[in-house]
Design a protein around this ligand. Structure first.
Ligand SMILES: [Zn+2]
Length: 82
């Protein structure tokens, strides 16, 4: 799912409000690009096997333009929906 310009604006504002000094933890770079595609992680059972086609948790990747380190933010916490 590609992000609309309006959604990217909401994300940028959320990051400014909640993480005003956000930097790459690997290289201290400050140019973090919002990935156009959200990613999701499947839920797993306690023993580690996949729980099937159950619910997933969706994340917004932020990629450091300098070193490529990628960090993930929960879109649920950000107040976004898919
Ligand atoms: Zn970096």
């Amino acid at each position: 799912m590609a992000l609309s310009p309006g959604t990217k604006q909401v994300i940028n504002q959320w990051l400014k409000d909640r993480c005003p000094s956000l930097k790459c933890p690997a290289c201290n770079g400050t140019s973090l690009d919002i990935n156009e595609i959200l990613v999701c992680a499947p839920k797993v059972k306690p023993e580690g096997a996949l729980a099937g086609r159950g619910p997933t948790t969706e994340f917004l990747p932020l990629i450091c333009a300098k070193c490529g380190f990628t960090m993930f933010f929960s879109i649920k916490v950000m107040g976004l929906t898919v």
